[in-house]
Design a protein around this ligand. Structure first.
Ligand SMILES: C[S@@+](CC[C@H](N)C(=O)[O-])C[C@H]1O[C@@H](n2cnc3c(N)ncnc32)[C@H](O)[C@@H]1O
Length: 439
């Protein structure tokens, strides 16, 4: 009979029977759905956690893996200040736009962009200097789409007000995505088939108009809800939260520390789980976001660089690594048993982040909520929830609650390649664990 470890026992005793699927709660309220982003957290999770665990409005909420900024938006709507960190420049742009209320009427500005763009198109004034470097546009767009996108970008980049310009950059980014040969619903970059290309006839100007009109309605909804909090967004690495928080004004942070962490880290290394860098590559190149950072998201993200190191102090992790190692050798016939290192490297980095989080929380008054899912590597389920708890306990975290939630509509591919073998696919995660730890 398999032995039950102390953590498994603790886990079972703290598991709450709560229905947190939120299948009927919209994920699109306020500015939540201005743009696609992979593996977004259901906003209701952030809302419920912030309502329950922030004691008052002066509590500062941190999301060290901010992604599209949903946690920050919910903190703002609740009246709290928040700080978000992400290594992906596109995530910081999107989060900024999502959490910056724009009070002026955006409709006349949209009309201006559209009429200037139509005029330029009729006059054949293409702005080919606006085409992205390092992107073979001919392989991704129809020739006419390239011209229209160059014109639209020129007219968006001409806008003087930075907040307004960024808002329309996000609308432009979605247009770039939808008018390209990129396969819909795929987070990695895949082209549609040659036969589908012939049928594909995007109208980028109409697309941009429709996207912008929708987003203006969302922005108006957010502004009308009168958010009281403010979000502070940092492009940085959460293996150094202390260094990142140095950049935040002293008036916001009590003793430079935060009170509540709400976050969903990556599921594993980006290469074999969700490649956030690949997802945003084309948008980042079109929008001229810092190139070195935009193109290295997946190799710099958690678990991106192979680490060799010692025992991280988690029994669960060690047992899991042994199982992966065994299957690594058996399934690859010793060819390249590399997945054990990949799993270890991810937890090595996550461990660093947990240590950093603990150093930046107000002691004895803080909570930390991690939303994680247990992925499968080499047919072994990786108990990320249990491992996170064990690693967290080393730094003084104690489990307060664990909630399981089915994932009804998370933006994730329905299949993945857990063994990295062509055509060998498996189902992706259908359940998340919401771990709430006290510090
Ligand atoms: C699961 S997503 C977060 C999704 C987010 N909760 C939302 O609702 O959009 C994980 C994020 O972690 C970021 N990330 C990966 N490694 C990082 C690191 N070392 N430091 C900061 N962010 C990182 C990725 O770029 C990605 O945006």
């Amino acid at each position: 009979m398999a032995q039950v470890t102390n953590t498994e026992f603790l886990y079972k005793s703290q598991l709450q029977k709560m229905e947190w699927t939120f299948a009927n709660v919209s994920t699109k309220k306020y500015t939540h759905a201005l743009h696609l982003y992979p593996a977004r957290m259901h906003p209701e999770i952030a809302k419920q956690i912030i309502e329950k665990y922030s004691k008052d409005k002066t509590d500062v909420v941190l999301d060290p893996f901010m992604g599209s900024g949903g946690v920050l938006l919910e903190a703002m709507m609740h009246g709290n200040q928040s700080i978000g960190i992400d290594i992906n420049p596109f995530a910081t742009l999107l989060s900024n736009v999502k959490t910056t209320p724009i009070h002026k009427d955006l409709n006349p500005i949209l009309t201006g962009i559209l009429s200037n763009s139509s005029r330029d198109y009729l006059n054949k004034e293409y702005h080919l200097e606006c085409l992205p470097n390092k992107l073979d546009v001919e392989n991704w767009y129809k020739p006419d789409t390239i011209k229209i996108l160059s014109i639209l970008k020129h007219n968006v980049f001409e806008i003087r007000d930075e907040d307004v310009r960024d808002f329309f950059k996000i609308c432009f980014s979605l247009t770039v995505r939808k008018s390209s040969y990129q396969r819909n619903g795929a987070w990695k970059i895949h082209r549609i088939s040659d036969s589908d290309k012939i049928e594909f006839n995007p109208q980028p100007m109409d697309m941009f108009k429709q996207i912008a009109e929708n987003n203006i309605t969302k922005m108006t909804g957010m502004v009308n809800a009168m958010p009281k909090g403010k979000a502070h967004i940092l492009l940085g690495d959460s293996r150094d939260i202390t260094g990142n928080l140095e950049k935040i004004n002293n008036n916001i942070l009590q003793d430079k520390k935060v009170h509540l962490v709400v976050t969903s880290p990556p599921y594993g290394d980006h290469g074999t789980t969700v490649a956030y860098g690949q997802f945003s590559k084309h948008s980042s190149l079109w929008l001229e976001l810092p190139k070195e950072k935009a193109l290295t998201v997946d190799s710099v993200g958690l678990g991106g660089q192979y680490k060799t190191g010692g025992d991280l102090g988690s029994v669960m992790l060690n047992t899991t690594l042994d199982k992966v190692r065994k299957n690594d050798i058996e399934l690859t016939k010793n060819k390249k048993p590399c997945r054990t290192e990949a799993v270890y490297s991810f937890f090595y980095d996550l461990d660093k982040c947990l240590n950093e989080i603990s150093q930046n929380l107000v002691p004895k008054k803080s909570y930390c909520c991690f939303v994680v899912a247990n992925r499968t590597v080499r047919r072994v389920v990786i108990p990320t929830d249990l491992i996170t708890i064990e690693l967290g306990m080393k730094y003084g975290f104690n489990v307060d609650k664990i909630i399981h939630r089915n994932i009804p509509n998370k933006s994730m591919p329905s299949k993945n390649a857990p063994e990295n073998v062509t055509k060998k696919t498996g189902k992706t995660m259908t359940r998340e664990s919401i771990i709430i730890m006290k510090y």
